[in-house]
Ligand binder design. Structure first.
Ligand code: HEC
Ligand code: HEC
Length: 414
Protein backbone atom coordinates (compact mmCIF):
# COMPACT_ATOMS: atom_id res chain seq x y z
CA UNK A 1 0.00 0.00 0.00
CA UNK A 2 2.67 2.43 1.14
CA UNK A 3 4.83 1.60 -1.86
CA UNK A 4 1.88 2.09 -4.20
CA UNK A 5 1.11 5.52 -2.88
CA UNK A 6 4.73 6.56 -3.29
CA UNK A 7 4.63 5.33 -6.86
CA UNK A 8 1.46 7.35 -7.42
CA UNK A 9 2.93 10.50 -5.92
CA UNK A 10 6.07 10.11 -8.02
CA UNK A 11 3.94 9.52 -11.10
CA UNK A 12 1.84 12.62 -10.46
CA UNK A 13 4.97 14.68 -9.94
CA UNK A 14 6.46 13.29 -13.10
CA UNK A 15 3.34 14.00 -15.13
CA UNK A 16 3.12 17.43 -13.56
CA UNK A 17 6.65 18.20 -14.68
CA UNK A 18 5.92 16.76 -18.11
CA UNK A 19 2.78 18.89 -18.48
CA UNK A 20 4.52 22.02 -17.21
CA UNK A 21 7.31 21.44 -19.69
CA UNK A 22 4.97 20.77 -22.60
CA UNK A 23 4.51 24.45 -23.27
CA UNK A 24 8.22 25.02 -22.90
CA UNK A 25 10.47 23.38 -25.42
CA UNK A 26 14.19 23.79 -24.93
CA UNK A 27 15.87 25.83 -27.68
CA UNK A 28 17.13 22.70 -29.45
CA UNK A 29 13.64 21.15 -29.39
CA UNK A 30 12.13 24.37 -30.68
CA UNK A 31 14.71 24.42 -33.46
CA UNK A 32 13.95 20.81 -34.36
CA UNK A 33 10.26 21.73 -34.46
CA UNK A 34 10.95 24.55 -36.97
CA UNK A 35 13.03 22.24 -39.16
CA UNK A 36 10.39 19.49 -38.96
CA UNK A 37 7.74 21.89 -40.28
CA UNK A 38 9.88 23.64 -42.95
CA UNK A 39 8.59 22.91 -46.45
CA UNK A 40 11.53 24.75 -48.03
CA UNK A 41 13.71 21.79 -47.11
CA UNK A 42 12.41 19.86 -50.13
CA UNK A 43 13.32 20.11 -53.79
CA UNK A 44 10.06 21.81 -54.79
CA UNK A 45 9.58 23.73 -51.53
CA UNK A 46 6.34 21.85 -50.99
CA UNK A 47 7.03 19.15 -48.39
CA UNK A 48 8.20 18.96 -44.78
CA UNK A 49 8.54 16.08 -42.36
CA UNK A 50 5.13 17.09 -41.00
CA UNK A 51 3.56 16.50 -44.42
CA UNK A 52 3.75 12.77 -43.68
CA UNK A 53 3.94 12.90 -39.87
CA UNK A 54 1.09 15.05 -38.61
CA UNK A 55 0.48 15.43 -34.86
CA UNK A 56 -3.29 15.30 -35.22
CA UNK A 57 -2.88 11.85 -36.78
CA UNK A 58 -0.51 10.45 -34.17
CA UNK A 59 2.44 11.68 -36.29
CA UNK A 60 1.47 9.58 -39.31
CA UNK A 61 0.02 10.49 -42.69
CA UNK A 62 -2.81 13.07 -42.69
CA UNK A 63 -4.78 12.14 -45.81
CA UNK A 64 -8.00 10.09 -45.58
CA UNK A 65 -7.95 9.13 -49.23
CA UNK A 66 -4.34 7.94 -49.26
CA UNK A 67 -4.83 6.09 -45.97
CA UNK A 68 -7.93 4.38 -47.31
CA UNK A 69 -6.01 3.15 -50.36
CA UNK A 70 -2.28 2.68 -51.01
CA UNK A 71 -1.29 4.34 -47.68
CA UNK A 72 2.01 5.43 -49.29
CA UNK A 73 2.66 9.18 -49.58
CA UNK A 74 3.91 11.00 -52.65
CA UNK A 75 7.25 12.79 -52.34
CA UNK A 76 8.14 16.40 -53.17
CA UNK A 77 8.40 15.36 -56.82
CA UNK A 78 4.96 14.51 -58.24
CA UNK A 79 4.61 10.82 -59.04
CA UNK A 80 7.50 9.71 -56.78
CA UNK A 81 6.29 7.15 -54.26
CA UNK A 82 8.00 4.97 -51.67
CA UNK A 83 6.53 1.62 -50.68
CA UNK A 84 5.65 1.87 -46.98
CA UNK A 85 3.22 3.62 -44.67
CA UNK A 86 4.63 6.43 -42.49
CA UNK A 87 4.97 5.12 -38.93
CA UNK A 88 4.61 7.13 -35.74
CA UNK A 89 7.76 9.20 -35.02
CA UNK A 90 7.72 10.38 -31.42
CA UNK A 91 7.97 7.17 -29.40
CA UNK A 92 10.31 5.76 -32.06
CA UNK A 93 12.92 8.00 -30.42
CA UNK A 94 13.02 5.49 -27.52
CA UNK A 95 14.42 2.78 -29.79
CA UNK A 96 17.98 1.72 -28.93
CA UNK A 97 20.82 1.30 -31.45
CA UNK A 98 20.16 -1.79 -33.58
CA UNK A 99 21.83 -4.77 -31.91
CA UNK A 100 21.56 -8.51 -31.38
CA UNK A 101 20.26 -9.60 -28.00
CA UNK A 102 20.61 -13.38 -27.57
CA UNK A 103 19.93 -13.94 -31.24
CA UNK A 104 17.08 -11.42 -31.52
CA UNK A 105 17.46 -8.12 -33.40
CA UNK A 106 16.40 -5.15 -31.30
CA UNK A 107 16.30 -1.41 -32.01
CA UNK A 108 16.80 0.92 -34.95
CA UNK A 109 14.31 3.11 -36.80
CA UNK A 110 12.29 2.49 -39.96
CA UNK A 111 10.16 -0.61 -40.45
CA UNK A 112 13.32 -2.51 -41.44
CA UNK A 113 15.71 -1.00 -38.86
CA UNK A 114 18.08 0.51 -41.41
CA UNK A 115 18.45 3.75 -39.42
CA UNK A 116 20.57 1.80 -36.97
CA UNK A 117 21.81 4.66 -34.80
CA UNK A 118 25.43 3.64 -35.41
CA UNK A 119 26.27 6.97 -37.07
CA UNK A 120 24.98 9.56 -34.59
CA UNK A 121 24.39 7.32 -31.58
CA UNK A 122 20.60 7.60 -31.84
CA UNK A 123 18.45 5.81 -34.44
CA UNK A 124 16.04 8.74 -34.74
CA UNK A 125 18.91 11.13 -35.51
CA UNK A 126 20.30 8.75 -38.14
CA UNK A 127 16.76 8.49 -39.50
CA UNK A 128 16.34 12.27 -39.75
CA UNK A 129 19.15 12.47 -42.30
CA UNK A 130 17.26 10.21 -44.70
CA UNK A 131 14.08 12.02 -45.87
CA UNK A 132 15.69 15.30 -47.05
CA UNK A 133 17.77 13.35 -49.56
CA UNK A 134 15.39 10.51 -50.38
CA UNK A 135 14.28 10.96 -54.03
CA UNK A 136 10.84 9.64 -53.03
CA UNK A 137 10.52 12.10 -50.15
CA UNK A 138 11.99 15.61 -49.91
CA UNK A 139 14.37 14.76 -52.77
CA UNK A 140 17.14 17.33 -52.32
CA UNK A 141 20.35 16.21 -54.05
CA UNK A 142 22.93 17.20 -51.41
CA UNK A 143 23.06 17.84 -47.65
CA UNK A 144 24.54 21.22 -48.63
CA UNK A 145 21.11 22.24 -49.96
CA UNK A 146 19.50 21.51 -46.60
CA UNK A 147 22.24 23.28 -44.66
CA UNK A 148 22.16 26.37 -46.88
CA UNK A 149 18.38 26.65 -46.65
CA UNK A 150 18.51 26.33 -42.86
CA UNK A 151 21.26 28.98 -42.70
CA UNK A 152 18.96 31.59 -44.25
CA UNK A 153 15.66 30.42 -42.79
CA UNK A 154 13.42 32.48 -40.53
CA UNK A 155 14.80 30.47 -37.59
CA UNK A 156 18.50 30.98 -38.45
CA UNK A 157 19.10 32.99 -35.27
CA UNK A 158 17.67 30.20 -33.16
CA UNK A 159 20.03 27.84 -34.98
CA UNK A 160 22.94 30.10 -34.08
CA UNK A 161 21.84 30.19 -30.46
CA UNK A 162 21.91 26.38 -30.34
CA UNK A 163 24.84 25.43 -32.56
CA UNK A 164 26.93 28.59 -32.97
CA UNK A 165 27.66 30.59 -36.08
CA UNK A 166 29.85 28.17 -38.08
CA UNK A 167 26.92 27.54 -40.41
CA UNK A 168 27.25 31.13 -41.67
CA UNK A 169 30.90 30.68 -42.60
CA UNK A 170 30.29 28.08 -45.30
CA UNK A 171 31.16 29.36 -48.76
CA UNK A 172 28.31 28.07 -50.95
CA UNK A 173 28.80 28.56 -54.71
CA UNK A 174 26.58 31.35 -56.15
CA UNK A 175 24.56 28.87 -58.22
CA UNK A 176 23.71 26.62 -55.23
CA UNK A 177 19.98 27.36 -55.55
CA UNK A 178 19.92 26.29 -59.18
CA UNK A 179 21.95 23.15 -58.48
CA UNK A 180 19.63 22.14 -55.63
CA UNK A 181 16.50 22.83 -57.67
CA UNK A 182 17.89 20.80 -60.59
CA UNK A 183 18.89 17.88 -58.39
CA UNK A 184 22.64 18.32 -58.86
CA UNK A 185 25.35 17.96 -56.21
CA UNK A 186 26.95 21.15 -54.87
CA UNK A 187 30.73 21.42 -55.39
CA UNK A 188 32.45 22.53 -52.18
CA UNK A 189 35.99 22.80 -50.87
CA UNK A 190 37.07 20.04 -48.52
CA UNK A 191 36.82 22.41 -45.56
CA UNK A 192 33.33 23.56 -46.46
CA UNK A 193 32.23 19.98 -47.08
CA UNK A 194 33.38 19.06 -43.58
CA UNK A 195 31.40 21.99 -42.17
CA UNK A 196 28.29 20.93 -44.10
CA UNK A 197 28.61 17.42 -42.66
CA UNK A 198 28.82 18.79 -39.12
CA UNK A 199 25.81 21.07 -39.55
CA UNK A 200 23.83 18.27 -41.21
CA UNK A 201 24.48 16.12 -38.13
CA UNK A 202 23.33 19.01 -35.92
CA UNK A 203 20.12 19.36 -37.93
CA UNK A 204 19.37 15.67 -37.47
CA UNK A 205 20.05 15.81 -33.74
CA UNK A 206 17.75 18.82 -33.35
CA UNK A 207 14.96 16.94 -35.10
CA UNK A 208 15.36 13.89 -32.87
CA UNK A 209 15.42 16.13 -29.77
CA UNK A 210 12.16 17.70 -30.92
CA UNK A 211 10.51 14.32 -31.55
CA UNK A 212 11.62 13.15 -28.12
CA UNK A 213 10.64 16.40 -26.42
CA UNK A 214 7.69 16.97 -24.10
CA UNK A 215 5.45 18.48 -26.78
CA UNK A 216 5.65 15.25 -28.82
CA UNK A 217 6.62 12.30 -26.65
CA UNK A 218 4.30 13.46 -23.92
CA UNK A 219 3.08 10.27 -22.22
CA UNK A 220 -0.20 12.06 -21.68
CA UNK A 221 -2.78 9.43 -22.57
CA UNK A 222 -5.69 8.34 -20.41
CA UNK A 223 -3.76 5.15 -19.64
CA UNK A 224 -0.89 7.25 -18.23
CA UNK A 225 -3.35 9.43 -16.34
CA UNK A 226 -4.97 6.31 -14.88
CA UNK A 227 -1.58 5.04 -13.73
CA UNK A 228 -1.03 8.34 -11.97
CA UNK A 229 -4.43 8.09 -10.30
CA UNK A 230 -5.83 11.07 -12.19
CA UNK A 231 -8.33 9.21 -14.35
CA UNK A 232 -10.37 6.05 -14.07
CA UNK A 233 -10.42 3.91 -17.19
CA UNK A 234 -13.92 2.87 -18.27
CA UNK A 235 -15.02 -0.68 -17.67
CA UNK A 236 -14.52 -1.52 -21.34
CA UNK A 237 -11.05 0.06 -21.41
CA UNK A 238 -10.05 -1.90 -18.33
CA UNK A 239 -11.35 -5.10 -19.85
CA UNK A 240 -9.40 -4.29 -23.01
CA UNK A 241 -6.24 -3.73 -20.98
CA UNK A 242 -6.66 -7.08 -19.25
CA UNK A 243 -7.11 -8.80 -22.62
CA UNK A 244 -4.14 -6.89 -24.03
CA UNK A 245 -2.01 -8.33 -21.25
CA UNK A 246 -3.60 -11.77 -21.15
CA UNK A 247 -5.65 -13.62 -23.72
CA UNK A 248 -4.71 -11.25 -26.57
CA UNK A 249 -0.96 -11.74 -25.94
CA UNK A 250 -0.37 -8.19 -27.17
CA UNK A 251 1.93 -7.37 -24.28
CA UNK A 252 4.49 -9.90 -25.49
CA UNK A 253 5.57 -7.50 -28.22
CA UNK A 254 3.92 -4.26 -27.08
CA UNK A 255 4.93 -4.40 -23.38
CA UNK A 256 2.92 -2.29 -20.96
CA UNK A 257 4.96 -2.75 -17.81
CA UNK A 258 7.07 -0.09 -16.12
CA UNK A 259 6.24 3.49 -15.33
CA UNK A 260 6.03 4.98 -18.82
CA UNK A 261 5.99 1.99 -21.14
CA UNK A 262 6.84 2.40 -24.82
CA UNK A 263 4.28 -0.28 -25.83
CA UNK A 264 6.92 -1.84 -28.06
CA UNK A 265 9.94 -3.99 -27.28
CA UNK A 266 11.64 -2.73 -30.49
CA UNK A 267 12.02 -6.27 -31.85
CA UNK A 268 10.95 -7.51 -35.28
CA UNK A 269 8.25 -9.92 -36.34
CA UNK A 270 6.46 -11.19 -39.41
CA UNK A 271 2.75 -11.15 -38.54
CA UNK A 272 1.85 -12.50 -41.97
CA UNK A 273 0.24 -9.20 -42.99
CA UNK A 274 -1.18 -9.54 -46.53
CA UNK A 275 0.09 -7.30 -49.34
CA UNK A 276 -1.81 -4.05 -49.72
CA UNK A 277 -3.30 -4.43 -53.23
CA UNK A 278 -3.14 -0.66 -53.71
CA UNK A 279 0.49 -0.16 -52.68
CA UNK A 280 1.95 1.98 -55.51
CA UNK A 281 5.08 -0.22 -55.47
CA UNK A 282 2.93 -3.23 -56.26
CA UNK A 283 1.17 -1.42 -59.07
CA UNK A 284 4.55 -0.68 -60.67
CA UNK A 285 5.96 -4.17 -60.05
CA UNK A 286 3.43 -6.94 -59.34
CA UNK A 287 6.19 -9.14 -57.86
CA UNK A 288 7.03 -6.50 -55.19
CA UNK A 289 7.21 -8.00 -51.70
CA UNK A 290 8.64 -6.12 -48.73
CA UNK A 291 11.55 -8.10 -47.23
CA UNK A 292 11.69 -5.94 -44.08
CA UNK A 293 14.62 -6.42 -41.71
CA UNK A 294 15.90 -9.38 -43.76
CA UNK A 295 16.24 -7.14 -46.81
CA UNK A 296 18.24 -4.57 -44.89
CA UNK A 297 20.52 -7.18 -43.33
CA UNK A 298 21.15 -8.72 -46.74
CA UNK A 299 21.94 -5.29 -48.21
CA UNK A 300 24.50 -4.61 -45.51
CA UNK A 301 26.26 -7.89 -46.21
CA UNK A 302 25.18 -10.15 -43.35
CA UNK A 303 25.49 -13.92 -43.89
CA UNK A 304 22.63 -15.56 -45.76
CA UNK A 305 21.57 -17.61 -42.76
CA UNK A 306 21.35 -14.39 -40.75
CA UNK A 307 19.20 -12.34 -43.13
CA UNK A 308 17.00 -15.22 -44.25
CA UNK A 309 15.78 -15.74 -40.71
CA UNK A 310 14.59 -12.10 -40.67
CA UNK A 311 12.84 -11.94 -44.07
CA UNK A 312 9.42 -10.36 -43.80
CA UNK A 313 9.97 -9.13 -40.25
CA UNK A 314 8.98 -5.54 -39.46
CA UNK A 315 9.79 -3.49 -36.40
CA UNK A 316 7.18 -3.69 -33.67
CA UNK A 317 5.73 -0.16 -33.59
CA UNK A 318 4.45 1.51 -30.46
CA UNK A 319 0.68 1.38 -30.10
CA UNK A 320 0.67 4.73 -28.35
CA UNK A 321 -1.32 7.22 -30.45
CA UNK A 322 -2.34 4.47 -32.83
CA UNK A 323 -5.94 5.66 -32.42
CA UNK A 324 -5.12 9.38 -32.79
CA UNK A 325 -7.02 11.04 -35.62
CA UNK A 326 -8.71 14.41 -36.10
CA UNK A 327 -12.30 13.11 -36.27
CA UNK A 328 -13.87 9.73 -35.51
CA UNK A 329 -14.63 9.36 -39.24
CA UNK A 330 -11.01 9.95 -40.35
CA UNK A 331 -9.43 6.89 -41.91
CA UNK A 332 -6.00 5.70 -40.82
CA UNK A 333 -3.95 2.81 -42.15
CA UNK A 334 -2.12 0.27 -40.00
CA UNK A 335 0.94 -2.01 -40.41
CA UNK A 336 3.97 -1.37 -42.64
CA UNK A 337 1.98 -1.37 -45.86
CA UNK A 338 -1.22 0.12 -44.48
CA UNK A 339 -3.22 -3.03 -45.30
CA UNK A 340 -5.52 -2.49 -42.33
CA UNK A 341 -7.94 0.43 -42.35
CA UNK A 342 -9.28 0.19 -38.82
CA UNK A 343 -8.10 -0.92 -35.40
CA UNK A 344 -10.97 -3.37 -35.31
CA UNK A 345 -9.68 -4.85 -38.56
CA UNK A 346 -6.13 -5.44 -37.33
CA UNK A 347 -7.32 -6.83 -33.99
CA UNK A 348 -9.67 -9.16 -35.87
CA UNK A 349 -6.68 -10.29 -37.95
CA UNK A 350 -4.62 -11.08 -34.84
CA UNK A 351 -7.61 -13.00 -33.53
CA UNK A 352 -8.54 -15.00 -36.64
CA UNK A 353 -5.62 -15.11 -39.09
CA UNK A 354 -5.26 -18.89 -38.82
CA UNK A 355 -8.93 -19.73 -38.35
CA UNK A 356 -10.24 -18.41 -41.65
CA UNK A 357 -9.57 -19.93 -45.07
CA UNK A 358 -7.15 -18.26 -47.44
CA UNK A 359 -8.80 -15.82 -49.85
CA UNK A 360 -8.68 -17.16 -53.42
CA UNK A 361 -7.41 -13.79 -54.64
CA UNK A 362 -4.07 -13.00 -52.95
CA UNK A 363 -4.73 -9.28 -53.57
CA UNK A 364 -7.92 -8.88 -51.55
CA UNK A 365 -8.42 -5.69 -49.53
CA UNK A 366 -9.16 -5.86 -45.81
CA UNK A 367 -12.76 -4.81 -46.33
CA UNK A 368 -13.38 -7.51 -48.95
CA UNK A 369 -11.54 -10.15 -46.94
CA UNK A 370 -13.74 -9.48 -43.90
CA UNK A 371 -16.88 -9.55 -46.09
CA UNK A 372 -15.77 -12.85 -47.65
CA UNK A 373 -14.72 -14.43 -44.35
CA UNK A 374 -11.14 -15.11 -45.45
CA UNK A 375 -7.62 -13.67 -45.12
CA UNK A 376 -5.16 -13.43 -48.03
CA UNK A 377 -1.80 -15.21 -47.82
CA UNK A 378 1.01 -13.25 -46.15
CA UNK A 379 3.04 -10.75 -48.15
CA UNK A 380 6.13 -12.80 -47.20
CA UNK A 381 5.53 -16.40 -46.23
CA UNK A 382 8.90 -16.93 -44.49
CA UNK A 383 9.25 -16.60 -40.73
CA UNK A 384 5.56 -15.95 -40.01
CA UNK A 385 4.88 -15.93 -36.26
CA UNK A 386 2.40 -18.73 -35.61
CA UNK A 387 2.89 -19.09 -31.87
CA UNK A 388 1.68 -15.73 -30.55
CA UNK A 389 -1.19 -14.78 -32.82
CA UNK A 390 -3.59 -16.13 -35.39
CA UNK A 391 -6.12 -17.96 -33.26
CA UNK A 392 -6.72 -16.05 -30.04
CA UNK A 393 -10.31 -17.14 -29.42
CA UNK A 394 -11.49 -13.59 -28.67
CA UNK A 395 -15.20 -12.78 -28.90
CA UNK A 396 -16.43 -9.80 -30.89
CA UNK A 397 -16.92 -7.81 -27.65
CA UNK A 398 -13.42 -8.72 -26.54
CA UNK A 399 -12.01 -7.39 -29.83
CA UNK A 400 -13.97 -4.17 -29.25
CA UNK A 401 -12.61 -3.88 -25.72
CA UNK A 402 -9.02 -4.15 -27.00
CA UNK A 403 -9.80 -1.42 -29.54
CA UNK A 404 -11.21 0.78 -26.75
CA UNK A 405 -8.03 0.25 -24.78
CA UNK A 406 -5.85 1.15 -27.79
CA UNK A 407 -7.87 4.34 -28.20
CA UNK A 408 -7.17 5.23 -24.57
CA UNK A 409 -3.48 5.38 -25.52
CA UNK A 410 -3.93 8.63 -27.44
CA UNK A 411 -1.99 11.55 -25.91
CA UNK A 412 -5.03 13.72 -25.31
CA UNK A 413 -5.65 13.67 -21.58
CA UNK A 414 -3.82 16.88 -20.71
C1 HEC B 1 6.73 11.44 -48.18
C2 HEC B 1 6.38 11.12 -46.80
C3 HEC B 1 7.44 11.30 -45.73
C4 HEC B 1 8.20 12.41 -45.44
C5 HEC B 1 8.25 13.72 -46.18
C6 HEC B 1 8.94 12.07 -44.25
N1 HEC B 1 8.64 10.81 -43.84
FE1 HEC B 1 9.29 9.93 -42.16
N2 HEC B 1 8.60 8.18 -42.82
C7 HEC B 1 7.84 7.98 -43.95
C8 HEC B 1 7.74 6.57 -44.24
C9 HEC B 1 7.02 5.94 -45.40
C10 HEC B 1 8.49 5.92 -43.25
C11 HEC B 1 8.78 4.42 -43.15
C12 HEC B 1 9.88 4.14 -44.17
C13 HEC B 1 10.58 2.83 -43.98
O1 HEC B 1 10.39 2.18 -42.96
O2 HEC B 1 11.33 2.46 -44.89
C14 HEC B 1 8.99 6.95 -42.36
C15 HEC B 1 9.71 6.70 -41.18
C16 HEC B 1 10.07 7.66 -40.27
C17 HEC B 1 10.58 7.42 -38.94
C18 HEC B 1 10.84 6.07 -38.31
C19 HEC B 1 9.86 5.71 -37.24
C20 HEC B 1 10.06 4.30 -36.73
O3 HEC B 1 9.12 3.76 -36.14
O4 HEC B 1 11.11 3.70 -36.94
C21 HEC B 1 10.83 8.64 -38.38
C22 HEC B 1 11.39 8.92 -37.00
C23 HEC B 1 10.51 9.64 -39.38
N3 HEC B 1 10.02 9.01 -40.50
C24 HEC B 1 10.73 11.01 -39.26
C25 HEC B 1 10.75 11.85 -40.39
C26 HEC B 1 11.45 13.12 -40.43
C27 HEC B 1 12.27 13.69 -39.30
C28 HEC B 1 11.22 13.64 -41.66
C29 HEC B 1 11.76 14.93 -42.25
C30 HEC B 1 13.21 15.08 -42.25
C31 HEC B 1 10.36 12.71 -42.37
N4 HEC B 1 10.13 11.62 -41.57
C32 HEC B 1 9.85 12.94 -43.63
C33 HEC B 1 7.27 8.98 -44.70
C34 HEC B 1 7.76 10.29 -44.73
C1 HEC C 1 4.62 -11.32 -31.98
C2 HEC C 1 4.67 -9.91 -31.71
C3 HEC C 1 3.38 -9.15 -31.68
C4 HEC C 1 2.24 -9.44 -30.96
C5 HEC C 1 1.98 -10.63 -30.05
C6 HEC C 1 1.32 -8.36 -31.21
N1 HEC C 1 1.89 -7.45 -32.07
FE1 HEC C 1 1.03 -5.75 -32.79
N2 HEC C 1 2.56 -5.51 -34.08
C7 HEC C 1 3.68 -6.30 -34.15
C8 HEC C 1 4.43 -5.99 -35.34
C9 HEC C 1 5.72 -6.64 -35.80
C10 HEC C 1 3.71 -4.99 -36.02
C11 HEC C 1 4.03 -4.40 -37.41
C12 HEC C 1 3.64 -5.46 -38.42
C13 HEC C 1 3.78 -5.06 -39.86
O1 HEC C 1 3.79 -3.86 -40.13
O2 HEC C 1 3.85 -5.94 -40.71
C14 HEC C 1 2.54 -4.70 -35.19
C15 HEC C 1 1.59 -3.72 -35.47
C16 HEC C 1 0.50 -3.44 -34.68
C17 HEC C 1 -0.42 -2.35 -34.92
C18 HEC C 1 -0.32 -1.34 -36.05
C19 HEC C 1 0.52 -0.17 -35.64
C20 HEC C 1 0.81 0.83 -36.71
O3 HEC C 1 1.34 1.88 -36.38
O4 HEC C 1 0.55 0.58 -37.90
C21 HEC C 1 -1.38 -2.43 -33.94
C22 HEC C 1 -2.55 -1.51 -33.76
C23 HEC C 1 -1.04 -3.55 -33.10
N3 HEC C 1 0.12 -4.13 -33.56
C24 HEC C 1 -1.78 -3.97 -32.01
C25 HEC C 1 -1.61 -5.21 -31.39
C26 HEC C 1 -2.59 -5.82 -30.54
C27 HEC C 1 -3.89 -5.18 -30.12
C28 HEC C 1 -2.09 -7.04 -30.19
C29 HEC C 1 -2.78 -8.13 -29.39
C30 HEC C 1 -4.06 -8.56 -29.90
C31 HEC C 1 -0.79 -7.18 -30.81
N4 HEC C 1 -0.53 -6.04 -31.53
C32 HEC C 1 0.05 -8.27 -30.67
C33 HEC C 1 4.02 -7.29 -33.23
C34 HEC C 1 3.13 -7.90 -32.38
Amino acid sequence: MFKNSIVTVVAILFLGVAIGAAAQQTPIQELGDEIFEDQDLSINNNQSCASCHDDAWGSTGPDDFINAHGAVYEGSIAGAFGDRKPPETDYATLSPILHLDKGTWVGGNFWDGRATGEKLGWPSADQAQGPFLNPKEQALPDPACVVQRVSRSSYALLYEEVFGDNIFTIDFPPDTDALCADGDPVPLSEGDRAKVDTEYDNIALAIAEYEAGPSERSFSSRVDAARAGMYKLTKQERRGFALFKGKGKCRRCHPSNGMLPAFTNFTYDNLGVPPNPENPALLVDPTFRDPGLGGFLEARGELEEVWQAELGKMKVPTVRNVGAKPTPESVKAYAHNGYFKSLKGIVHFYNTRDMKPECPNPLTTMEDAIAQGCWPAPEIADNVNTSELGDLGLTDEEEDAIVAFLEALTDDFF
